[in-house]
Write a protein that binds this ligand. Structure first.
Ligand code: CAA
Length: 246
């Protein structure tokens, strides 16, 4: 039977590539988007349908525990229990620390870190009880090495791996693996929003001299979601063109 996968931030740049990849590998996929993205989600669904993929989209704010509980109840009722969860929802509010306001810090921590708790908590016990689960947390190279202007984002992304390793220990004997994927600079709206000069200088520092493609991140996620990765847990897979090696 097809496994059910939930992907938060499912209609974003990296999220879309993961959706397509998991749907093509036979998962029943549900894409989550933020409630403010409903209109975009409709055209996104049409674009997927044109590729032959019917992907349901459910809006929920990952920063709200109650909204995440409602979303997962709805998925349970419509499709069944979630077997694979990819925590991909993320935002940036880049600013040097001297200009960083509490509201920016809180927004980034609420979505990028608390969001991981809010969604994972809804599916965790079911995975333990059924003896199978895959949790994949999408972090960032900047959670590993820091980045000028991203104290909030780097703090949230670095915390993910601590969460991954702890949960990996709780799930290991129950068939539930928990891993992190840390993309580098990937061609998405998020990196395109950066000042061009800054972006070019970052690219010149990447050993492969190019940004990554969303599909290159999706390939790592698909592997971690598969049966073949059963013995890998608590890991952090870097997909960064050599920008940071750890
Ligand atoms: N190292 C040292 N100094 C730097 C610097 C760096 N890497 N980058 C900028 N500066 C300096 C500038 O030269 C400038 O110096 P002066 O004040 O002497 O002129 C100063 O820092 C900039 O200060 P500002 O007050 O103008 O900065 P700001 O608060 O407006 O923020 C910024 C600037 C938006 C953070 C900008 O530096 C920036 O966009 N940096 C890149 C951040 C980044 O990499 N974001 C990744 C987005 S994509 C993503 O997040 C996905 C992922 O996971 C990789």
């Amino acid at each position: 039977m097809a496994r059910i996968a939930l992907l938060t931030g499912g209609i974003g740049g990296i999220g879309t590539a993961i959706c397509v990849r998991l749907a093509r590998s036979g998962h029943t996929l549900v894409a989550n988007c933020h409630p403010s993205e409903i209109a975009t989600a409709e055209s996104w669904q049409q674009a997927r349908a044109a590729e032959g993929l019917m992907i349901p989209v459910i809006a929920a704010d990952v920063a709200s525990f109650a909204d995440c509980a409602r979303m997962v109840r709805e998925i349970d009722e419509r499709f069944g229990p979630v077997d694979v969860l990819v925590n991909c929802a993320g935002i940036t509010r880049d600013k040097t620390f001297k200009k960083m306001e509490p509201a920016q810090w809180e927004a980034v921590i609420d979505v990028n870190l608390n969001g991981v708790f809010n969604v994972t908590r809804q599916v965790w016990e079911g995975m333990l009880e059924r003896g199978f689960g895959r949790i994949i947390n999408i972090s960032s190279v900047n959670g590993q090495r820091g980045q000028f202007g991203q104290a909030d984002y780097s703090a949230a992304k670095a915390s993910m791996q601590g969460f991954t390793m702890s949960l990996a220990q709780e799930g290991a004997a129950k068939g539930v693996t928990v891993n992190t994927v840390s993309p580098g600079y990937i061609e998405t709206a998020m990196t395109l929003a950066m000042d061009e000069g800054i972006r070019n200088s970052i690219i010149s520092g990447i050993p492969m001299r190019r940004m990554g493609r969303p599909e290159e991140v999706a390939a790592a996620v698909a592997f971690l979601a598969s049966d073949e990765s059963a013995y890998i847990t608590g890991a952090n897979i870097q997909v960064n063109g050599g920008l940071f090696m750890h």
